[in-house]
Each structure stands twice: as structure tokens, then as C-alpha cells.
Design a protein around this ligand. Structure first.
Ligand code: MN
Length: 293
């Protein structure tokens, strides 16, 4: 029995979120044993949104929504139009979550998802905190949390370490605003991944498992033990979700932002089966270590 819901990002299972892709992704996730799927943001009230809600309900799968703000939606921007566009998008995604039954928005919710050419500013951070606070207040009424994904320096200039994200959460000061950590990014930016997870502790709300080359877990350079042991030591009970990208399924603009230039896999179903077993085994091993230490 797992303490944590084990999830998978939709793009491993289908390249497009249309009716056919939605049906396939939810059915395969369920068959493999996943209990959660990460959805793309969808338009509230659209036919595909209702279709997604119905397939999720049939399968009994939990769901979250993963996103990254565009440059035109940058809530750290000095341009009030960009901040308003970002807030409107996040607010609409809260409505979408309520419609399909998703409990969380995660990813790069707090800045644009892009390579910045200059450091973040205190003013930009304050703008982001104000927007995240208003969106989270709305989310709280719908049972939706807002998670801030800590990503590497090439994908944001604001939250590159778990400590920065924990401080941001404290400054927002709402219980449904949490930190989202990802092994791929932590491997680049953290000095001690185990300690970073333990210190994040009760602020941690979502966790991505990804390999250095974004492909099969264990087929890259990450030593996953300190990450999973950190989760066990922190007593983390939230979702643990697999994320992978290959040029066989990812298209623009995500392909360009993430730099997905190579096929690291072709069969997303085989990959998803492997990842479920890998995550389940590592969670179990880490719990045994911590229980006996
Ligand atoms: Mn991630």
C-alpha cells in the first residue's frame, strides 16, 4: 500500500489532449496502476473539459494540472497587462480544476516559463506574491492548491532552489500554496538534495520524478536514493509524479523551451510501466530505511 498517490504527466501517454488522447492516457494510466494524472490546462466549460471530467470519474483517477506561464502572462513583469493576463489564466485554470475535480495547479505558476536574461527583482517577486495570493484565495473555495515548481536557472529566474520556494510560500502565507520539487531540476541547483527536501517538509505539496536526460528512470545520472529517502524522512504524503519528455511526443512551444532535441524513448506506454514500478520500489525502500534509522 502506498502512502503517496503515484502520478504521471499526460504527455508521456499521448501527444495531444483531444478526445482520443484523453481516453487513451486515462485508460493506460489506470491500467498500469497510477492513481493520478497530470492534465494540461483546459478551457472551462469546453467540450474536451467535460469529456476529461467524465473519463476521470469513470476511471476513478485523481488529477492535477501542470502549466507554465508564457512571457505574455508573466506575473513578475512590470507590465500590468502581462500580470493581468497571467492572473486571468491561473484563475480560469482554477475554474477548470473545479470542473474536472482536479485538486492542484502546479508547475511554473509564479513567473514566465523561459530563459530570463536578467536576475529576478524584489518588485517582480512582490508582484508574483500578490497574484498567487489572490488566485490561491479563489482556489481555497474550490479545494484547489497552488504549487510553485522549483526549476533550474534556464527556465525561470525566481525560484531555483527549495529554500527560495519555501520562503516565497511563507511570504504568501496561505496553507494551499505549496512547493513543487523535481529531481531533474534539484540535480542541477541544490547542494544537498536530501536536506533540501527534509527542510522543505510541510511546505512540500507535489513532487516530480525525472531523469537527467528526461527519459527512463535509472538510465541517466541521478542517484534517486537521497531524494526518496528525503521524502520518507520528511513524512511527505503528497503525490509523486513521473515526468518525461521525448521529441516523439512533445511539440512546440514546450519542445523549444525544454530543449527536447532527441528521442530518448519511442514507446510511452513501456516507459510509463517502467516508471510506475521504479517509483513504487523506491518509495517502499526509502520508507524501510527511514523506519529503521
Ligand atoms: Mn517538473
Amino acid at each position: 500500500m502506498n502512502d503517496n498517490l503515484i502520478g504521471i504527466h499526460w504527455i508521456t501517454l499521448t501527444s495531444t489532449w483531444d478526445e482520443e488522447g484523453c481516453r487513451k492516457a486515462i485508460a493506460e494510466a489506470k491500467r498500469i496502476g497510477y492513481s493520478l494524472i497530470e492534465l494540461p490546462p483546459l478551457e472551462p466549460g469546453a467540450a474536451i473539459t467535460r469529456f476529461t471530467r467524465d473519463r476521470l470519474a469513470e476511471a476513478g483517477l485523481a488529477s492535477t494540472v501542470g502549466l507554465g506561464l508564457s512571457e505574455e502572462q508573466d506575473i513578475t513583469s512590470p507590465d500590468p497587462e502581462k500580470r493581468a493576463a497571467g492572473e486571468a489564466f491561473l484563475s480560469a485554470t482554477v475554474d477548470m480544476c473545479a470542473e474536472v475535480g482536479a485538486t492542484m495547479i502546479s508547475g511554473i505558476t509564479y513567473s514566465a516559463f523561459r530563459k530570463y536574461m536578467e536576475p529576478s527583482t524584489a518588485e517582480g517577486r512582490n508582484h508574483s506574491i500578490e497574484v498567487i495570493r489572490r488566485v490561491a484565495e479563489k482556489g481555497a473555495k474550490a479545494g484547489v492548491s497552488i504549487c510553485l515548481e522549483v526549476v533550474n536557472r534556464y527556465e525561470t529566474n525566481l525560484l531555483n532552489t527549495a529554500a527560495q520556494a519555501t520562503a516565497f510560500c511563507r511570504d504568501v502565507g496561505l496553507p494551499n500554496v505549496k512547493v513543487h520539487l523535481d529531481t531533474y531540476h534539484m540535480n542541477i541547483e541544490e547542494t544537498d538534495v536530501y536536506q533540501a527536501i527534509v527542510d522543505c517538509g510541510p511546505h512540500l505539496g507535489f513532487f516530480h520524478v525525472g531523469e537527467t536526460n528526461r527519459g527512463y528512470l535509472g538510465a541517466g545520472n541521478i542517484d534517486f536514493n537521497p531524494y526518496f529517502r528525503g521524502l520518507a524522512k520528511a513524512g511527505y504524503k503528497g503525490p509523486v509524479s513521473f515526468e518525461s519528455f521525448s521529441s516523439s511526443t512533445v511539440s512546440q512551444p514546450l519542445l523549444g523551451i525544454l530543449g527536447i532535441w532527441r528521442d530518448v524513448w519511442e514507446d510511452g506506454i513501456d516507459l510509463a510501466e517502467h516508471s510506475f514500478d521504479f517509483i513504487q520500489a523506491h518509495l517502499k525502500a526509502a520508507r524501510e530505511v527511514v523506519a529503521r534509522s
